[in-house]
Ligand binder design. Sequence first.
Ligand code: HEC
Length: 145
Amino acid sequence: MKHATKALALGLALVAGVAMAAEATDPTVKARQELMDVIGMNTGILGKMAGGETPFDAAAAEGAKAAIAGAAAEIAAKFEPQAADPKSTAKEDIWANWDDFVKKGDALKAAAEAMDATTLEGVQAGMGAIGGSCKDCHSTYRIPS
Ligand code: HEC
């Protein structure tokens, strides 16, 4: 029970995070931010279901899970070019610790794939690991807004 409450809080915090998205003009930075927005939007869909804000919908949950896993698989390719933009919140540490950054992207992919999106309980149980992997990467490699 305690775990589900924590996952819910995390899910809602992530939904709020989507609204704070920056608008870069550099095309490379824009592309990686758009990839993150896809991840953020789909995490929001799962978070709202987990918290009972929207009714559970297995097809939508499966779709969101697949979208997160698919986008996570693209993190390395989208971040590899070290482009800069005043609106970017990416820390330069990413490219100095590239293997670790890639590992954190893989962790998100694994967390999304491990989620059982066929039941509400499965989504609630899986939110913690997904949200944890966002936080793990952002806290190290993203400039807090
Ligand atoms: C491997 C590292 C990593 C993981 C994992 C990760 N992020 Fe990010 N995220 C970043 C970085 C770096 C940025 C900043 C990109 C920039 O501004 O150049 C970012 C930016 C964002 C943004 C803002 C995008 C914009 O338009 O400015 C959102 C929303 C976001 N992430 C959501 C999430 C969510 C939700 C998760 C987990 C489900 C997640 N991220 C997992 C590294 C990560």
